[in-house]
Ligand binder design. Sequence first.
Ligand code: ADP
Ligand code: MG
Length: 191
Amino acid sequence: MAAKVLVINEKGGVGKTTLSAHLAQEWCDQGHKVAIIDRDPQESITRWHQSRMTPRVGDWSDADIIVIDMPPAISEQSAAAIAAADIVLIPMTPSPLDVESTANMIEIIRAVKAENKCMLIINRVVSNTRMSKRIKSLDVDIKVANSTIGSRSDFIEAMTEHKVASEYNRNGKAAQEIKALSKEIIQTFFN
Ligand SMILES: Nc1ncnc2c1ncn2[C@@H]1O[C@H](COP(=O)(O)OP(=O)(O)O)[C@@H](O)[C@H]1O
Ligand SMILES: [Mg+2]
């Protein structure tokens, strides 16, 4: 059975699609068979994927990790999707508005008792701001990834070229951060 990794936040622009693509390709590089399911009607990950060989999008027949890129909305299906997932990744940016809107997500997670399989990921960090420290010390019963992701043009430029950061700038900080985050997720949930 494939591990289902749900990438979800009702807020748009927090990095769901960017992280779905990058984590999926990183896990491919580590030897996994990874497929992405594009659940966003805007189909941004499908457009990014175009002529890529990996990760697969849509066809998850023999995948061992399935990454599900969710739309920026909370619907009746959100709770069911969270309940059905093995791992739930919740990207957010270190801004007060994101912290507020993530409170809704956290309520749903609690309602379906999914705290243990969830992880908040702080994305688009400008510097080690007080805000990201505040998130890390939030009094929630949900893990916050130690590996944060900086606000880096490599992510934007790579995705524009249908690439991931490690293909665009192999030794750049963006590539290093994704590597660290992907390992942290594996160590936290799969080991
Ligand atoms: N770490 C980052 N650094 C710089 N730009 C980012 C980063 N993460 C996301 N972006 C940019 O922010 C925008 C929204 O990201 P996206 O992944 O599409 O969010 P979502 O899927 O949550 O709506 C995109 O233009 C993307 O390139
Ligand atoms: Mg998206």
